[in-house]
Design a protein around this ligand. Structure first.
Ligand code: FEO
Ligand code: CA
Ligand code: CA
Ligand code: CA
Length: 566
């Protein structure tokens, strides 16, 4: 590029090459260090991780959990508080003494349940960088057993009632917490994604209720929980799966407050929850359902957000919409009303996927994170990939033709769709869309699989997933793809984080993760001088080195001159 083009670029760092090694790389002039690692104590009564045992059961809900994912930083008084998801467990690492990490007892199951959920932790920057403030009165672990309240149209419905909770209004725990979000009133939104995998049946002959299939709930549990905990045995507690798959609101400033499941935002495999405001103050939350052939949604509150006003029902009283993309680059948000779906409000909240099918929503190539541009009225959604187009996803799902923003037949690489709401109003039902980038590989392809014109040999990536805008309006893209660096993925290296300019389309690689990891979760310190980045499921012994267990971690990235990084 010419000197003139370089000076016009908003990308303020020298892009880095791919990597295939077991550590992190960032541009010249930047450095990084771990802030929180799986098993690191939040409270002084918990020891640091024992690499032989994966930690004790007693300390498992007193430490930073497993597989860090979506996160947000909150300034509470003069304190910095990170709230972060722990998406799933790695039994082979968490139960290293058991062959294949198999759950062999109720204690094993409880340990895994404790290592998942959410961490609330105060962090502070000292001489050696950022660290957890041990024993802060704001530190909190929310696990798969933490009591929480159900609110919205599904609360108290018969389908949510169990022997242990005949009210259908109090659930134990949250699970498979993937992406995140933040409300304008300073609460955290955690998103329950692949909850189906936690349920199984001890009765192989149990006939699954018909509505399970669309959500992928089967007789085979992923963790063996059902053998030791009847709550996860669908033959004994058939309604328990209806109590998961929601957006859950957590107040980081109030460690005693029960989290609230906001059922008005629908039940599906929630990726993240990107909240913003319409010009009149209505709250708008964009929501992806990350499964092949599922949909993109948004929620619009009936009430208006006013700073300092009552926010308690803004996420209960509102309208859920599903997206229809037309090939002429227009689109519409279809309201999931009782009339349009022939379902009750509670049924729409519990069987949201079926409601979307009834109104003809557009099947998508796996909607992952949605990001809302803070300096322009537009949104971006990562459509991570679709390797099996044509095969129906879950039973009851729709056909998945090449259409609209899903233009490639076999989609190994993914794309990012963006849309501009009509009238610059996030509450509007109309929008126009285009593709910001089609990921691809110009090294091995010279057709549509080479990617769009803003993809080149210097910024190759596949499977965009995590996405956040910084305050200046740069789009940060994190990947969760194939890191074999071979075949279709030659030249792509490990998973990574890139920065994209929404106006010029320029995309530049900023960070590469350790081998086997996914880069997911991003937030900033209040002064914007530190960027916190999540590293999930590294396969090498990151960051402690040879002979140690691999630890999913949050790292801090700073400029060496301490200037802002977004
Ligand atoms: Fe948990 Fe769709 O990523
Ligand atoms: Ca994800
Ligand atoms: Ca993913
Ligand atoms: Ca993941």
């Amino acid at each position: 590029t010419s000197a003139q083009a370089q000076s016009a670029s908003r990308i303020g760092f020298n892009p880095i090459p791919i990597a295939t090694d077991a550590t992190i790389h960032v541009p010249e002039g930047y450095s990084w260090h771990p802030v929180a690692k799986w098993g690191q104590p939040l409270f002084s009564d918990a020891p640091d991780l024992n690499h032989q045992t994966g930690g004790s059961l007693a300390s498992s809900d007193r430490v930073f959990g497993e597989n860090t994912d979506g996160m947000e930083l909150f300034a509470i008084g003069n304190r910095q508080v990170i709230v972060v998801n722990h998406e799933y467990a790695n039994p082979k690492l968490n139960l290293p003494q058991n062959v294949d990490g198999m759950v062999l007892s109720g204690d094993d199951a409880l340990k895994l349940q404790n290592l998942q959920g959410v961490t609330v932790m105060e962090v502070a920057e000292g001489e050696n960088g950022w660290d957890i403030v041990i024993d802060s009165d704001l530190n909190r672990r929310i696990t798969q057993n933490t009591p929480m309240t159900v609110a919205g149209p599904a609360a108290g419905h018969d389908l949510l009632k169990t022997d242990d909770d005949p009210t259908g209004r109090t659930v134990l725990g949250t699970m498979n917490n993937c992406g995140a979000g933040k409300t304008p009133w300073g609460t955290y939104l955690t998103c329950e994604e692949n909850f189906n995998g936690y349920f199984g049946s001890t009765d192989a002959a149990f006939k699954l209720p018909e509505d399970y299939a669309r959500y992928g709930i089967s007789l085979e549990g992923r963790y063996n929980y059902e053998k030791f905990d009847a709550r996860f045995d669908v033959s004994k507690t058939p309604n328990e799966p209806h109590r998961f798959g929601y957006i859950v609101e957590i107040d980081p400033a109030n460690p005693l407050a029960a989290p609230i499941k906001r059922t008005a935002l629908g039940r599906f495999k929630h990726e993240n929850a990107a909240a913003t405001l319409a010009p009149n103050g209505q709250v708008v939350v964009y929501l992806g359902d990350d499964e092949r052939g599922e949909f993109l949604y948004k929620y619009v509150s009936n009430g208006i957000y006013t700073p300092g006003g009552d926010t308690s029902t803004l996420l209960d009283d509102g309208q859920l919409y599903v997206a229809k993309f037309n090939d002429d680059m227009s689109g519409e948000w279809i309201a999931l009303t009782e009339d349009a779906t022939d379902m009750s409000a509670a049924e729409i909240a519990i069987f949201t996927r079926q409601a979307g099918s009834r109104v003809g929503a557009t099947t998508m190539d796996r909607p992952e994170w949605v990001a809302v541009n803070p300096v322009s009225v537009e949104c971006y959604c990562a459509l991570t990939n679709n390797k099996n187009r044509g095969l129906k996803p879950n039973a009851g799902g729709d056909e998945t033709p090449v259409t609209g923003p899903n233009p490639r037949e076999a989609n190994n690489y993914g794309q990012i769709v963006r849309w501009q709401p009509a009238d610059d109003d996030h509450a509007a039902t109309g929008f126009t869309w285009d593709l910001y980038v089609m990921a691809g590989n110009p090294i091995v392809h010279d057709d549509a699989y080479a990617g769009s014109s803003n993809v080149n040999e210097g910024n190759l990536f596949n499977s965009p997933d995590g996405m956040m805008f910084d305050s200046t309006g740069l789009l940060w893209i994190q990947t969760d793809g194939d890191d074999s660096n071979e075949g279709d993925f030659e030249g792509m290296g490990n998973n990574q984080m890139l920065a994209g300019d929404p106006v010029t389309g320029e995309i530049a690689r900023f960070l590469t993760g350790p081998v086997g990891s996914e880069v997911t979760g991003l937030t900033w310190s209040s002064d914007r001088r530190t960027m916190f980045v999540g590293i999930q499921h590294p396969s090498a012994p990151f960051p402690d080195g040879e002979g140690k267990l691999a630890r999913s971690s949050i790292i801090a990235v700073k400029r060496d001159d301490n200037a802002p990084v977004g």
